[in-house]
Design a protein around this ligand. Sequence first.
Ligand code: SR1
Ligand code: MG
Length: 411
Amino acid sequence: MSRFDTYFLMKPADVVEYAREKLDLFAPDAELEGKEIGDGNINYIFRVWDKKNGTSVIIKQAGHTARISDAFVLSTDRTRIEADILQLEHELAPGLVPLVYKYDDVMSACSMEDLSDHVIMRGALIQHQKFPRFADDITTFMVNTLLLTTDVVLEHKKKKAMVKNYINPELCEISEDLVYTEPFNDYNGRNLVFPPNLEWVKKELYGDNELLLEAAKLKFEFLTNTQSLIHGDLHTGSIFIKPDSTKVIDPEFAFYGPMGYDIGNVVANLIFAWANADATINDAAQKADYIGWLEQTIVEVVDLFNEKFNAAWKVNVTEILAKVPGFQEWYLHTIMRDTAGVTGMELCRRTVGLAQVKDITSIADEQARLRAERICLTAAKAYIKNRETYKTGADFLKTLKDVAAKYSQAA
Ligand code: SR1
Ligand code: MG
């Protein structure tokens, strides 16, 4: 009998005992310490380490509700999905996710590699750090995990079994509400609009019926397009990074959906970093240098994705009709279209919705934040409404730069 034979939500002291009893990682005389290190919205994340030799582990546990609010009642099955997907992603994109040591169905806990030598990318970008490998690593991750789980590559019955295995209704519902519905009408009264921007948001988002129609179309793309096994929350807070290594974490929102959802999340969150740098770096040379790196990264993420996607297509496609001339170009066009649409949705929801980003909320100067928000939201509207026209990294960057040029330094 063990007290971990029945589920309960652990505290740091419980996690230490759990690690000693359930994992093969530590010596019997290990001097273990544990701490909750997560500040995420959904789960509880603990680090346990041996003071004697530094051996360490991360243990992530799911509660019956989201960490930020009991209003989100969630199945603990999300930890099974996360553990499973991390292992699959390790096969598809080796070296780009943490190693899973153990998944515990009873405690809804996943024990995995400690990445404490990495930092969360969002925080590092806000401190204006550069990561030269990022575009290359994240596009390898996306092409491998996205293309290789589609119907163009997998035998169709196998793919359908995967759709079934990774059905994730509650986490999807969060995205359906927070990403696709609330930013455009404050339907649930949960939006957190920066007060000086409220009238502008009412007119430009809630009052724009053309935008609402396009948001509705995109919502139905998200609901119904079981294209590929997506990460489902691929923002810069889901990436651990250091200059020579990138690790994608937190795939608890994963399910079969449109692959543009992942790519668009990456692009939008780089745009948030851009908006933060634009608003907060005072020194002109430093600003030009850092913004230049972010712009190059935005362009490379889109262009390298296209390039690697085309190369991987040649090697991996098995579906006979996918080889019909013109199909590959059409398929990639739909991915870029969805990427642009999601870039816009993510920019809107993180600016006015319930789950915001520090890139914007940490901008202390009111006028600078107002300007940053309006750049993000105005660009978002263009990405959503004109999404059929985006093909290259330069296309994505041009919108951002054109919109920014329209706003003077004072909003
Ligand atoms: C209630 S969860 C809010 C957000 O946190 C997660 O990271 C997802 O992005 C979700 O939308
Ligand atoms: Mg997360």
